[in-house]
Structure formats: C-alpha cells, structure tokens
Design a protein around this ligand. Sequence first.
Ligand SMILES: [Zn+2]
Length: 300
Amino acid sequence: MLEIDPYQRIQLYYLDKLLDALDKDVLSRRYPYLEFIESMNRFTVILSHDWDLPRRGFRRRILAYGVRLGHRLGVLHGDIDPILIHDTSNPLPLVNILLEHGIRSTIFVRENIFSSNKVGFIGELVSKGFSLGLHIEPRYIVDRDVESIIVFKERVERVFNVVVVAGRNHTLYFNPEITWKLYKEAGLCLSSNLGFNNAAGFPLGIPYAFRTPNGIVEVPVILMDCCLWRDMGLGIGDSLKLIDKLLEKLRRARGIASVNIHFDYGNYHYAVKILDYMVRKVLELDGEIIDFNTFAREIA
Ligand SMILES: [Zn+2]
C-alpha cells in the first residue's frame, strides 16, 4: 500500500471537490488514482498534439489580436522568435525530435483533416507508430450530439486503419456532467480535457490520471504550448523555467499528466524549442513519455 504524502492529500481534497458533484460514493470506495500510480514505474507524460488546421487568415488574426504585451516585449528583447509562423506545411522538425528519442505520441485530429491535404502525412505518422485521437468540436458536447462523435470516430478508424481510444475537445471545452458521458457512449475510454485553455499548471491541483465515475479515465492537461506564449505572455526562458517546475511536481508526485504541443498553431519555432526541451527534461528526470494508446494498453 502506498503512503499518501501531504502533497497527495491536497490532490485528494481537490479530487474530492470535483467528484463530489458527480458521485458522492466514489472517494469512500477508493482513491481513484492509486491504481494508475501502482501500474506505472515512473512519472509519465502522455504526449499529444491537437491538430487544429485553422482556416486561412488565422495567422493574421493572431498577429492582430492574439499576441500579448509580454510576448511583444519578448520579441523586442530577443527572447521570443520574432516570426509567428503558422506553418501547417512542415511539422517534420517536431516529429523528428520525437523519432530521435524513439517517442511516439497521439495526434488529435479535427474533422477538417478530411478536407485538408494532410491525410497522407498523418497516414505516414501512423505507419511510424503514432496514434490518433479525436479533437472534438465543442458544439457536439453542447448539443449532446453523440451520433456525430461516433461518425467522426468511425471515419478516422476506417481512413487511417487505427483504433481510437482518446478524445479531447477543441478549446478544452469541458463540462464534467456531459463530456465523460458522451465519450463513454461514443466508445472512447480516455479523455484529456480537464485543464486550462489559457494557462499551464495542474487543473484542480491534480497531477494524476483518474477514473471518473462512469469509467472513462481522465488524463488532465498540464501544459499546452500556446498557453505559455499567447495567454501567459512568457518568453522562451520563462517558459522553460515553468516547464521545469511542472515536471518537478509531476516527478515528486509520481504523477501522470498530458502535454499538448500543437503541430500547426501559432509560433512554430517556439513549439519546436518547447518540445525539444520538455522531452530532454522528462528523460533526464527518468520519467517516460508515451502516447494515449500505450497508456490505454498499460491500464487495461
Ligand atoms: Zn483545438
């Protein structure tokens, strides 16, 4: 039996608050996250990339509205790459960092993938061992439109010849009462939605994956690249310091959390630097980086 340290007690407190709204019995029956800690030898980052494929003109909008003062100052200071590259044409530097370390991640595709010219590229990544997840439109959650989620899932599985186990809602739109229920009905077993869409950190203080009352396993998001430069206005140096802190917390807690580095959103050079640093740091701290399908197999 594992000892619960004071840090973990705090996590339990928040978990209690969260689950209380859903199922009052859960905590009295068990600590929902211990099963995952015990099955994992090392702290674990489950790595993914939301592939948003935003419409044309998006880059201009980012330049006009999306850049915070801190980011502009960072550019002046030379701390941030001055070019906000929205480059969907060449995600290979990001992929190469992963291949170099033998890491495979999960790409969360939106439905617009099918009307893009990226189907072949995704197929190549799948043949190299990458897995796919569903990047689900928030309106499907709002409308409780499980049929559309099922159609989307089946299409991804058919076109790419994969098994899809995980989902994440676009913009991290999250409703604890609906999201996990729809995921269950659509045949998914993993969710990675509990997180901030505008900041890095542990949502509700939870550095663990946990089983929700209906059986879906939630892997909270601790870090998205765009939050750092876009919403938190951090330059490269400060971003790396924050990543150090988050990973240290995860290591101490022997936690399991997900990281989302976009392949095609915002500052591309920045994403490459963040991914490269994060990967090296996790390995240096003796953590492991896996994809969602591997995690699903490990906890099955
Ligand atoms: Zn998205």
